[in-house]
Each structure stands twice: as structure tokens, then as C-alpha cells.
Design a protein around this ligand. Structure first.
Ligand code: IMP
Length: 429
């Protein structure tokens, strides 16, 4: 702290929810700045499990201000559901703030997401179906409705009357039908304004004021570097920038406002949805990682594809985000694997490639060049806290060597080591 970014270093699902929650213990503000409810951040507090999609992960901590920044696209249904869930468990969401500039996901975005995926057929992206691509497209095309519009009925009506005829035409072309009239939609949006108006504000001012006053701010990334619209495996990506640079535009802060950039790195690699994945394992080890790691999506329930760690991705993430540290998660999932492979380069058409290429056809032909390391022996669940108390040096020697290997290639220190699901099953180095 004072300000730290927590960013996914792979294809999302690296354990950002847990790490953000762990770091949120020191934060005064937790800020989401991109993505929408395509994200799924799981947080365990004691026996309680929170599956968050749109609310920032600091929401389960008392006294923390949780900000949904202007770069996020807000799914109002998801928002309502999550607020109700958190409140029903005796926690308050009074500290929630939503940017007046954040765009809103509307029903036609969900319908168009589905229609576009159907039209792509076998070449589909495998989206979460939450309307993310169409909503960001409308934002860029200046055809979006923003949170602040909900508080100004006249402006809202004007916006709706400009945008809706265009969207109806697009939907007609793509053969989908909105089951809502203009009046019904207007009424729905105005009701959101009444329900959530108290949370809507200029969050850029709020965040910058907090930083000026020496408060600790945590910027919570969603998805991951490899799903970034520019730097990921395009077109098999999400529709926002997920790298650290997005903090400036998505939260409304200058580039010098971020002090530390933490990359959350899963000890192996996973991906949901379609797209190239050079180190994917379609064998018993892949199945083992999926089973032991509980690799099923929080948002869609889909099984995640699993594979070995890929150092080209680690290096890509370190460079693009300017990472200053890693939080390495799920190391315990790899307990008792005798030999561990790590991709250090690719062979593409007979050439050794050291940097992650942008062309997905090339990636499909990439054959990973592996180095092998010794695995480590596991421990009983009841021994985890003993290891945590012993700190970094109490970790198995081979695990420390594995971490050292990652650090050497990326030149980024692994400062947080996660060896279990719980908040406390974490070592800070
Ligand atoms: P979209 O973001 O719903 O448009 O989906 C685009 C791609 O990003 C799909 O492959 C999704 O599975 C993937 N994706 C989106 N959000 C997440 C996430 O939070 N974790 C992992 N994958 C995600």
C-alpha cells in the first residue's frame, strides 16, 4: 500500500478474489475498474462462501469503501442479487459507491451476446453470455446508458429514444426479440435509479481524494492478462482491457497513482471458453488438476481446461502490467505430483519462440518446450496452518525451487504464497 493493483496474470480464475480479500485487510478502498459480471470472485470467510460477480471483493470487510468504477459495465440484476445476498447474511453494503459514468448492461446486450455467439457457430468465443461484448461495443459507439442517467428522468428518456430504435433494428437483423416495451424498459431503469441512486457518485473524485489523504487503495482486476482485448489471445478474449493500464481510464486516476502491481498467478494454468492454450493437458494430470483444484467456473459452472505453467505467459504478464510482485496461488493443488513441467519456449514451425505471439493460428501450432522439475510431497490438511506459521522456509524445498524458477524468468518476486482456500492459509514473504 498505499495503492496496489491486483491483476490476473493468466486467463482469469487465478484466485484474485481470495488475494484481493486478503489484501483488503489493509485497504480503505477496493476499486473495480473493468469487466462486469462475467467475473466470478470467490471469497471464503471462515465457513462462509461468497461468490461475487459485480461487487468488489472488499464488500465482506467492515469499514471498507467498495467502488465500482467508470470502466466497469454494471449488470443491475446481478447487482441487486448480490446486495440482497450480502445483506441477508448480516453484512452492510453502505460502503458501496458506483460511478455515475459506468455503463449499464441492458437486456438487448444479453440477447445480442447469445445471437452473435450462435452466428459464430464453431468459431465461437465461448462468452459467459452476460452481454459483455455488446455492452462495451455500445459504450465505444456512444450508444450506452450510464448509471448517472438513471437519476435524470428527462435525460434517460432522451437517451433511450436515441438508442432503442437502433438496437431494435440490430436485433431484428439478428433474429432476436426484446420482450419489453419502451415504457417497460424506462420504468425498469427509473426504478434502478430509485433503488441504487444513493450509491451513485463521481468515483474518480472519491478515489483521488482518498489517495491525497493517504488512504490505502486496492484496485481489483477482473479476468486476466491473457483475456485482455489488446494483449490477450484475440479474438478469444473479453471485451475490456484487463492489464494494469486500464486502471487509469477505468477508475479515473493518473498513471503515477498506482504504487504496486501484484500479478496473481495460479501455480498451473487454466482457461474457460474457446481459444489457444499451448500447455493444455488432455490427460490424467489435466484431470487431476481439474478435480483437486475444483476447476469449475464460478459464473457459468463450465469445467476449466487445465495445463502446465507457461513461462511465456508469466513473462508476458510481468512486462505488460509492470508487475512488482506475484501472489502465487493453488500450490497445494500440485502436491504429490512427482515431476512438474514448465514451458520455457514454443516450437512453432521449427523455430524457437520465446515471447507469446499475437497470431492465434501460430499459437495453435505451438509445441511447448518444457523443462522438468521435481515435485513436492503433500501434507495433511490439518498441517497447513503449521506451515503457514513457519513461513516461507517451512514450505517444501521443491516448492521453493519452483517459485524461484518463476522469479528468475520473470524478474518479479513472489511475495504472497497461497496454499489453501481460506483467507488465513496464506504466507506473506
Ligand atoms: P465474455 O467476457 O463473457 O465476453 O467472454 C469472453 C471470454 O472470456 C470467454 O472465453 C470467457 O470464458 C472468458 N472470461 C470472461 N470473464 C472471465 C473470468 O472472470 N474468468 C475467466 N474467464 C473469463
Amino acid at each position: 500500500m498505499p495503492s496496489i493493483a491486483v491483476i490476473g496474470a493468466q486467463w482469469g480464475d487465478e484466485g484474485k478474489g481470495k488475494i484481493t480479500d486478503y489484501e483488503a485487510g489493509r485497504a480503505d478502498l477496493v476499486v473495480r475498474y473493468q469487466g462486469g459480471s462475467n467475473a466470478g470472485h470467490t471469497i471464503m470467510v471462515g465457513e462462509e462462501v461468497f461468490a461475487l460477480h459485480i461487487l468488489p471483493s472488499g464488500i465482506v470487510r467492515e469499514g471498507v469503501i467498495n467502488v465500482i468504477g467508470n470502466g466497469v459495465i454494471v449488470d443491475m440484476i446481478s447487482l441487486g442479487r448480490e446486495i440482497a445476498d450480502v445483506e441477508s447474511r448480516g453484512r452492510s453494503v453502505d460502503g458501496l459507491r458506483i460511478s455515475d459514468r459506468a455503463n449499464i448492461i441492458l437486456n438487448w446486450h444479453r440477447l445480442l451476446d447469445g445471437a452473435e455467439e450462435r452466428l459464430r457457430g464453431k468459431k465461437g468465443v465461448g462468452t459467459t453470455g452476460k452481454g459483455i461484448g455488446p455492452c462495451y461495443s455500445d459504450k465505444i459507439a456512444r450508444s450506452g446508458i450510464r448509471m448517472g442517467d438513471l437519476l435524470d428522468p428527462e435525460l434517460l428518456e432522451e437517451r433511450l429514444d436515441t438508442i432503442m430504435p437502433m438496437k431494435l433494428k440490430t436485433m431484428e437483423m439478428l433474429d432476436v426479440r426484446l420482450a419489453q416495451s419502451r415504457e417497460e424498459l424506462l420504468e425498469e431503469l427509473l426504478s434502478y435509479g430509485k433503488m441504487y441512486g444513493k450509491y451513485i457518485t463521481d468515483t474518480s473524485v472519491l478515489i483521488n481524494d482518498a489517495l491525497d489523504n493517504g488512504k490505502n487503495v486496492l484496485f481489483e482486476g477482473a479476468q486476466g492478462t491473457m483475456l485482455d482485448i489488446d494483449h490477450g489471445t484475440y479474438p478469444f478474449v473479453t471485451s475490456s482491457n484487463c492489464v494494469a493500464g486500464a486502471i487509469c481510464t477505468g477508475a479515473g486516476v493518473g498513471p503515477k497513482r498506482v504504487d504496486e502491481v501484484m500479478g496473481v498467478l495460479k501455480a498451473y494454468t487454466t482457461r474457460v471458453g474457446a481459444g489457444p492454450f499451448p500447455t493444455e493437458l488432455n490427460d490424467a494430470t489435466g484431470e487431476l488438476l481439474q478435480k483437486v483444484g475444483g476447476e469449475f467456473g464460478v459464473t457459468t459452472g463450465r469445467a476449466r481446461r487445465c495445463g502446465w505453467l507457461d513461462l511465456l505467459i508469466v513473462e508476458h504478464a510481468a512486462r505488460l502490467n509492470g508487475l512488482t510482485q506475484f501472489a502465487v496461488t493453488k500450490l497445494d493443488v500440485m502436491n504429490d505430483i512427482k515431476r512438474i513441467k514448465v514451458a520455457v519456449a514454443y516450437d512453432i514451425d521449427g523455430k524457437r519462440v520465446e515471447h507469446f505471439p499475437g497470431n492465434f493460428r501460430m499459437l495453435e501450432r505451438a509445441v511447448p518446450i518444457y523443462e522438468e522439475l521435481d515435485g513436492w510431497k503433500g501434507w495433511k490438511p490439518e498441517e497447513t496452518m503449521e506451515i503457514v506459521r513457519g513461513g516461507y522456509d517451512a514450505l517444501p524445498k521443491e516448492m521453493r525451487e519452483y517459485l524461484g524458477y518463476i522469479e528468475k524468468r520473470s524478474k518479479v518476486p513472489a511475495k504472497i504464497i497461497s496454499i489453501g482456500k481460506g483467507r488465513e492459509e496464506t504466507i506473506r514473504r
